[in-house]
Structures are given as structure tokens and as C-alpha cells.
Ligand binder design. Structure first.
Ligand SMILES: *Cc1c(COP(=O)(O)O)cnc(C)c1O
Length: 451
């Protein structure tokens, strides 16, 4: 093909999400209620989630219809473009074809709005007035603030303290859309006050912010909690990315040999990769699916695959996933937003079963790739997305070495125009690698809950 972009029309927005639970050889072990040690029931989850999402969490139906009200809002930015990175190919002088699906065109600047809109919809439909959530780098808070705004819901965001101070513009965006934003840990919740008493100078973490958001939601009838990644229904909603990309790749006359995404909690990777995993699981396709994480938070590559809490205080069900330990507080020094201690149980199971391959990159190499990509393609990637960019570059260089016309597809999950401080640090030589020390990993894993 000669095109640089493959576009679909609004009519071609997928009508159904793809549920990989229908086709997995092994499902992850079920989430457990920490109080009883028994699998969680819908009743356990009702205080903080709407039934529509609880049902999706456990569903094994392969195709789940996207409500018209959600598709209607998807039309604001979907379908997103698929690009062929011809200028990057030229820069690398590679025989590989490099494609990327660009989710940064959403009003939130990332893929996160795909699930935020769906979650706001199901909550609204069940009479909820107010949603709480956590945000790390700020993209999820932004997406949920926008989605709540579309559906007339109140939105309360607990933002990891280090990001609250480093990224004031993210807070501004959330406030434009009417959200209330607190630096976490905050004085607002029991969990926040307890941590502040123990560690007044903590930079905060996603695990802490989740505890605060859940406590807030659990204490009020009119309020539910919303999570931007990790859970099955979140990965489900993100499959619009991969479903569109498959159609676009077909129109480009190509099928990917390798599909790449960065991993924080696993949702953008899953969104792109699960529809291709479908081909692997049901038709024996040989595509490699590569999940890329930072060496500073190496959940899939060095964590344990076991039961752990999703938050610090232990409010969430125990999830069966790769984890660095829910007490793990990632270094504030690291630039990317990929700092969660766990990962999506569905993704972890696919890694354990050898269907998805996990890799980790150091952040200086990642930013080097990001700048090369920006200079070739004109888009500044989000630091998270840059992990996928750099892995695609590595694949393209390997293909060159091997003289192989490899088809590479990666997810450019968001743009980095609100992450410029991290780029400043890189460009002025201040960014350093921070592979997680073995000793710290051991300490965090020692505090895992006993199941
Ligand atoms: C939040 C975010 C991620 C990481 O979260 P996942 O659930 O792993 O997708 C990656 N890229 C961008 C742009 C993000 O905003």
C-alpha cells in the first residue's frame, strides 16, 4: 500500500467489544473476597460498581454489544487512524513495515476515554450520581472527568501527590470538565490520614489513591468507584482499538507478525492485542504479542504470579495477577505513568500460558526512541506509549539485521504534550535508569497477603 493513514468511517466503529475470556485456554483464578477467602460474588461488588460492569467482569460471552449511547460518544474521535510509519522506516533504513494505531487523537489524549465513556454510561444508567477514582500521571482522571461531564455525573479524582505537583496542567484539564481533584494521600479519607501519619513526605502511589477512592465511594449510596485499567471490563472496552486495527491492517493488505503495546495496568495492550490473540487462540495465527513495561516497575517480567490486593489498604478483592506487592511504592524518579504494582489478571494469565511475551526497557532508551519517533513522524509520544515505540524500533532493527520484511504493529496509546517535563529531563541529561533493585523487590514481595 502507498497510503500513510488508513481511515475508517464512523459507520465502521465496532458494534461489539471482544471478550477474550470466551477463548482463553485457562482463565485466571477467580478474585477472592479477602474477608472470607471465597470467590467474590456480584453482591460483594455492588457497593462500588454498577451491575452492568459486574456482569461484564465475569462474562464468557465472546461478543458484547456496545450500547448506542456509548458508540454515539465514540464518534467524537473514533475510528482512530492507523498510520504506516514510513518516515521512521526510512530513518531506521529497515525492510520492516511499521504500523501504529494512534489513540492520542481522543479528546483526553489517550486510549483511556474508550472505557471511561462506557463506565460513566453504565453508572448513569443505574442511577449513580457521582464517581470517584484515582489517577497517576493524570490521563485516567482526565478521561473520567470528560466522560462524567458527557453523562452529567459528578467526578472526584484522587491524584498521586507527586504527579499533582509535577503536572499542574493535568489538574487544570480535569477541572475544566468539572472534576474535583485531591492530592493523594489526602486528609479526606481514613486510608489517606493513616498513611500521612506514618509517611508525611510520601510521593503517594496508585495503590494509595485507589484505597482513598474506594473508601470514598463505599461510604456513599450515590457514589460508585471507577478503575481505569486492570479489570476485565476495562480490557474489554479497549478492544475497539484492536478490532479497528485489524480491519485497517487488512485494508493495508498486511497482517502483523508482531503486535506491541506498553503495559501499566494492561488495558491499552489488551485492547490492541486481544483481537489478535483471538486469531492465535482460535485459528493458530503465529503473531507475536509483546507487552512492554519499564525496568523500574517490572511487574510481568519480575513479579510473582499470585493473589494480591489492587490497593495499599487492602479494600479491593484479591486479584490473581503478576505483582510486585501492593505495598510497593515505585520511585518518584521515574518519568512514565506505568507505575502500578500489579497488572490485568487476563493479561497475566496469557503471559503465564505463553500466548503473550513480556519485555522490559530502561527509560533512557525509551526516551531516545521517543525523540527519534517524534522527529520522524511528528508526534510526541506519551512516555508510557514510548515503551511500545522503542520496542517497535528494536524489532525493526532486528528485521534489518535478519534481512526480513517483518510487519510490526504497535499502539501509540497517547500523546505526550502534557508530559514535557519528562522530555526536558531527558534532553538535559537528567533522566537516569532505575532498574528495580533486587533487595527492594524482595522486601515488597515479603509483604504479600497470605492466601
Ligand atoms: C494510562 C496509560 C497507559 C498505561 O495504562 P494501561 O492500562 O497499561 O494501558 C499507557 N499509555 C497511556 C497514554 C496512558 O495514559
Amino acid at each position: 500500500m502507498d497510503e500513510i493513514k488508513v481511515m475508517l468511517t464512523e459507520k465502521e466503529i465496532p458494534t461489539h467489544w471482544y471478550n477474550v475470556q470466551a477463548d482463553m485456554p485457562n482463565l485466571p483464578k477467580p478474585p477472592l473476597n479477602p474477608a472470607t477467602g471465597q470467590p467474590v460474588t456480584p453482591d460483594d461488588l455492588k457497593p462500588i460498581f454498577p451491575l452492568g460492569l459486574i456482569m461484564q467482569e465475569a462474562s464468557r460471552e465472546r461478543w458484547i454489544e456496545i450500547p448506542d449511547e456509548v458508540r454515539e460518544i465514540y464518534r467524537l474521535w473514533r475510528p482512530t487512524p492507523l498510520f504506516r510509519a514510513r518516515r521512521l522506516e526510512k530513518t531506521l533504513d529497515t525492510p520492516a513495515r511499521i504500523f501504529y494505531k494512534y489513540e492520542g487523537v481522543s479528546p483526553a489524549g489517550s486510549h483511556k476515554l474508550n472505557t471511561a465513556v462506557a463506565q460513566a454510561y453504565y453508572n448513569k444508567k443505574e442511577g449513580i450520581k457521582r464517581l470517584t477514582t484515582e489517577t497517576g500521571a493524570g490521563q485516567w482522571g482526565t478521561a473520567l472527568a470528560q466522560a462524567c461531564n458527557f453523562f452529567g455525573l459528578e467526578c472526584v479524582v484522587y491524584m498521586v501527590k507527586v504527579s499533582y505537583h509535577q503536572k499542574p496542567y493535568r489538574r487544570s484539564v480535569m477541572e475544566i470538565f468539572g472534576a474535583t481533584v485531591y492530592a493523594s494521600p489526602s486528609e479526606n479519607t481514613e486510608a489517606g490520614r493513616k498513611i500521612l501519619a506514618q509517611m508525611p513526605d510520601t510521593p503517594g502511589s496508585l495503590g494509595i489513591a485507589i484505597s482513598e477512592a474506594i473508601e470514598d465511594a463505599a461510604g456513599r449510596e450515590d457514589t460508585n468507584y471507577s478503575l481505569g485499567s486492570v479489570l476485565n471490563h476495562v480490557c474489554l472496552h479497549q478492544t475497539v482499538i484492536g478490532l479497528e486495527a485489524k480491519e485497517q491492517m487488512a485494508r493495508a493488505g498486511c497482517y502483523p507478525d508482531v503486535v506491541i503495546g506498553c503495559v501499566g495496568g494492561g488495558s491499552n495492550f489488551s485492547g490492541l492485542a486481544f483481537p489478535f490473540a483471538y486469531d492465535k487462540l482460535t485459528r493458530g495465527a503465529h503473531t507475536r504479542l509483546v507487552a512492554v513495561e519499564p525496568t523500574a516497575c517490572p511487574t510481568l517480567t519480575r513479579g510473582l504470579h499470585t493473589y494480591d490486593f489492587g490497593d495499599v489498604a487492602g479494600f479491593t478483592p484479591l486479584l490473581y495477577m503478576h505483582t510486585l506487592g501492593s505495598k510497593f511504592i515505585p520511585p518518584g524518579i521515574h518519568a512514565g505513568g506505568l507505575r502500578y504494582h500489579g497488572d490485568a489478571p487476563l493479561l497475566c494469565q496469557l503471559v503465564a500460558d505463553g500466548i503473550v511475551e513480556a519485555q522490559a526497557l530502561n527509560q533512557t532508551e525509551v526516551f531516545q526512541g521517543a525523540v527519534l519517533f517524534a522527529r520522524s513522524e511528528g508526534i510526541v509520544p506519551a512516555p508510557e506509549s514510548a515503551h511500545a515505540v522503542q520496542w517497535a524500533i528494536r524489532e525493526a532493527l532486528q528485521a534489518k539485521e535478519a534481512g526480513e520484511a517483518r510487519n510490526i504493529l504497535f499502539n501509540l496509546s497517547g500523546h505526550g504534550l502534557l508530559d514535557l517535563a519528562a522530555y526536558d529531563n531527558y534532553l538535559s541529561g537528567k533522566l537516569v535508569d532505575y532498574p528495580l533493585p533486587e533487595e527492594e523487590l524482595r522486601k515488597a514481595l515479603e509483604m504479600l497477603p497470605k492466601v
